[in-house]
Design a protein around this ligand. Structure first.
Ligand code: TMP
Length: 253
């Protein structure tokens, strides 16, 4: 039984899953993306948008179709990055400056890109990432009010120019998402921010989607979970033909 993303991404493993070298070679040959033979897909959205569970579902579907998948999250998925995550999300760190916050997110990103994402793409794998640089634009740019030009430069440095082939922004109203995110656990440092902050973050994601409609697709999550999955499949069909049956089902929904 292959390891599933939800376990790996949370535990600090590299999120590796799927089949071995033969499948890797097949994936490389079939990839439609621009990232070194692999395919790089990111999931974005505000608090409680459900991206983690939809990403876990997609991981399963792709693995069942024979793809080799690396599923990771930001910040996290590597020992160094899980340590950075603890610092960033600890609600006791009230004195953290917006610039320190920005640089810590970028530091974790640089490590993940170098240690996990680039090697996986080079091996022809599908990389699914729970948040990437669009979160920095939305949270530290729109949310904190840091200069988005500086953020774009830092994103470029941290990623070395790596861009997702496709980004799905899972859109959820704040009044639904925030309570969902904080239902079982104490709110973390970001979740604790006021409603105005989360509204600016939401605006940021909408602006990002509007600015790059080819790469970034907005997914309405207000319906049933199944309807959201069908929308996701439809938005990825050109890159992942194995999602055809899901995407076709979407058309009859
Ligand atoms: P998560 O709870 O969705 O895993 O994300 C962790 C938190 O970090 C979430 O509140 C969003 C925030 N975040 C940023 O503020 N900037 C970033 O660049 C990233 C990747 C996440």
């Amino acid at each position: 039984m292959p390891e599933r993303r939800s376990d790996n991404a949370r535990s600090g493993g590299d999120g590796s899953s799927g089949s071995g070298g033969g499948s890797t070679a097949r994936s490389a040959a079939r990839s439609n993306g621009s990232n070194a033979g692999g395919l790089f897909i990111t999931f974005e959205g505000g608090e409680g948008c459900g991206k983690s569970s939809h990403m876990a579902w997609l991981t399963d579907v792709l693995e069942d179709a024979g793809r080799s998948v690396l599923a990771v999250r930001e910040p996290g998925s590597l020992p160094i990055n899980e340590a950075i995550r603890v610092i960033l999300l600890n609600p006791k760190n009230t004195e953290m400056s917006p610039l320190t916050e920005l640089l810590l997110y970028e530091a974790a990103r640089a490590q993940l890109v170098t240690e996990s994402i680039r090697p996986a793409l080079a091996a022809g794998r599908v990389v699914l990432c729970d948040r990437f640089y669009d979160s920095t634009t939305a949270y530290q740019g729109y949310g904190r009010g840091l200069d988005t030009g500086h953020i774009a430069s830092l994103n470029l440095v941290a990623t070395g120019g790596l861009k997702p082939d496709r980004t799905l922004v899972l859109d959820v109203p704040i009044e639904i998402g925030l309570p969902r995110a904080t239902k079982e656990l104490e709110p973390d440092r970001l979740e604790q921010e006021d409603r105005a902050f989360h509204e600016r973050v939401h605006e940021g994601f909408l602006a990002i989607a509007a600015a790059e409609p080819e790469r970034v697709r907005l997914i309405d999550t207000s319906g049933e979970k199944l309807a959201t999955r069908h929308s996701i499949a439809r938005q990825l069909l050109d890159l992942l033909p194995e999602l055809k049956s899901w995407a076709e089902a979407a058309d009859v929904c």
